[in-house]
Design a protein around this ligand. Structure first.
Ligand SMILES: [Ca+2]
Ligand SMILES: [Ca+2]
Length: 515
């Protein structure tokens, strides 16, 4: 087994545990979610693929129709040097376009096509963008429009001003070369930015950026639409509202009282103290979509209930495959395989769609054997239970606290009143024996290590919804166990273990993808 050597402390058994938190929770967290797919479907006919013929060759980018009269907002570098511009709307209708205005200093251009029955997008207010606000980037691939519209998902993460323009910093993926000039949409379906490019591209367009000490080079940049508005002639703006209407957000409640909704967003993943192993550094901006997570480690009681059901429904697991000091203690001695099959059983028992399959076609539910399900064997959009990705686990564990060592936000110290670690209690404690973190999650430090989905990799996950390496020999473990040192319980700490490994300090909790 590949679990790293740990300094197992054998502490004194301390007296009283905090009273076991009652599992039933009264207040369910509510969140609003936007039906982005409906919004994008409505906006799609307003997105234009732009092909520009220049003396050097042909280049392509994206633009957005901003009025029924056929004015198109794009990036100036998309059409710079063009001798002829061809525009495809909704992937089918082709037009010749003329340049109304183009300003290379702010990288904004307005084109005009002569078309009828055009769909257009309203201009929003980029000053109203809130940090971490979710956005979408619509763009066509640069190579061939046949690949279809590419939807970049991401978040607004800050602003940078050059002498001529305000830029929005985004974390968004995918971000194809053809996204240049593409519209950044807010949840109201309004344009809040014009994609310019990744930092390295933007640096050539806006030389001021090269001297900016604070820009985060991973981020993608867009011209803030409020900056662009100054360059749009008033006659190019519509006098009637856009046919692309805002989608009314829906209120989503947690699926059960035992889970907590973690809102999607960016967080800083990794060791902010520079004290852990190299696999925790450097700190990265990671974005995860909304998900639900078990408030508690899976208890022996819950394990037995589901495993008992599973044993008579085609699964090769039963209650005896897990151990536990008592019904309210975390289940232990569960392998990664057993945890995955149990997750599927919990889904099927509750009438939900399982997440893990034995085939990439996602037809055969994983119920038996020791199978290393790969990333393409997971139905990530299913409403059933699955193991958290490392990124999901760490975002949940941090509980909105930023750059902290442990799951709590008030101190960077740990002691036996806050967590079960270092052998202070000589074994597991009932789940929820200590105060929860900022998300209301218990035992994110200590008690039992928790299996995560990812193959363990030496590099910290990054980007949007990372799911770990495509292959490996160990699966990731997080949070530290009852016999681990304080170091092992740090929220950035990473371990990996052979997926068939089991022990008395190893358990898990599950998540569900939020709609
Ligand atoms: Ca077992
Ligand atoms: Ca734990």
């Amino acid at each position: 087994m590949t679990m790293k050597e740990r300094r197992g402390g054998r502490g004194i058994l301390l007296a009283s545990l905090v009273a076991l938190a009652v599992v039933a929770s009264g207040l369910a967290a509510l969140a609003q979610t936007t039906d982005w797919s409906a919004l994008i479907e409505a906006a799609k006919p307003a997105v234009a693929w732009i092909q520009a013929e220049t003396a050097e060759g042909t280049k392509a980018g994206t633009g957005a129709i901003i009025s029924p009269d056929g004015y198109i907002l794009t990036a100036a570098h998309v059409i710079e040097g063009a001798t002829r511009i061809r525009v495809l709307v909704d992937e089918t209708r082709e037009y010749g376009a003329s340049v109304v205005s183009a300003d290379s200093k702010s990288d904004v251009a307005i084109l005009k096509i002569s078309g009828s029955d055009l769909t257009w997008l309203a201009l929003g207010d980029s000053d109203a963008l809130a940090l971490d606000q979710e956005i979408r980037l619509l763009g066509y691939p640069v190579q061939d429009i046949g690949f279809g519209l590419i939807i970049g998902r991401g978040f607004f993460l800050g602003r940078r001003a050059t002498a001529d323009v305000e830029l929005l910093q985004l974390e968004v993926a995918p971000f194809d070369h053809g996204h240049s000039g593409g519209p950044i949409l807010n949840a109201q379906g309004e344009i809040v930015g014009v994609a310019v490019g990744a930092y390295v591209v933007a640096e050539k367009i806006f030389p001021d950026l090269a001297t900016s000490p604070v820009i985060i080079r991973e981020h993608k940049l867009a011209v803030a639409v409020n900056s662009a508005k100054r360059l749009i002639p008033s006659y190019a703006l519509p006098t009637v509202p856009s046919p692309v209407r805002p989608i009314t957000p829906t209120v989503v409640a947690p699926p059960s009282a035992g889970m907590v909704l973690i809102r999607g967003g960016a967080f800083q993943m990794g060791d902010a103290f520079n004290e852990g192993s190299s696999d925790e550094r450097p700190v990265r901006t990671v974005i995860v979509s909304a998900f639900y997570i078990d408030r508690f480690e899976v208890t022996k009681a819950l394990w037995d209930e589901v495993a008992g059901w599973a044993s008579s429904h085609g699964y090769d697991i039963d209650p005896g495959d897990g151990s536990g000091t008592g019904p309210a203690h975390p289940v232990t001695d569960v392998t990664w395989y057993e945890a995955g099959k149990w997750a599927n059983a919990r889904s099927e028992k509750e009438g939900l769609t399982p997440c893990y399959y034995t085939d990439a076609a996602l037809r055969t539910v994983y119920r038996t054997g020791q199978l290393s399900v790969q990333n393409d064997g997971v139905k990530w959009t299913a409403n059933g239970y699955r193991l958290p990705t490392e990124a999901e686990w760490e975002k949940a564990a941090r509980g909105e606290a930023v750059a902290r060592r442990y799951p709590w936000g008030d101190t960077d110290e740990i002691d036996a009143s806050r967590a079960n670690y270092d052998g202070h209690y000589n074994g597991t404690t009932p789940v929820g024996s200590f105060a929860p973190n900022g998300y209301g999650l218990y035992d994110m430090a200590g008690n039992v290590w928790e299996w995560c989905w990812d193959w363990y990799g030496a590099e910290l996950p990054g980007g949007v919804d990372p799911r770990g390496p495509a292959s490996g020999s160990s699966r990731a473990l997080r949070g530290g166990g009852w016999n681990d040192s304080a170091n092992g319980c740090r929220v950035a700490n990473r371990f990996g273990s052979w997926p068939g490994y089991e022990n008395s300090y190893l358990g898990f909790r599950l998540v569900r993808t939020a709609p």
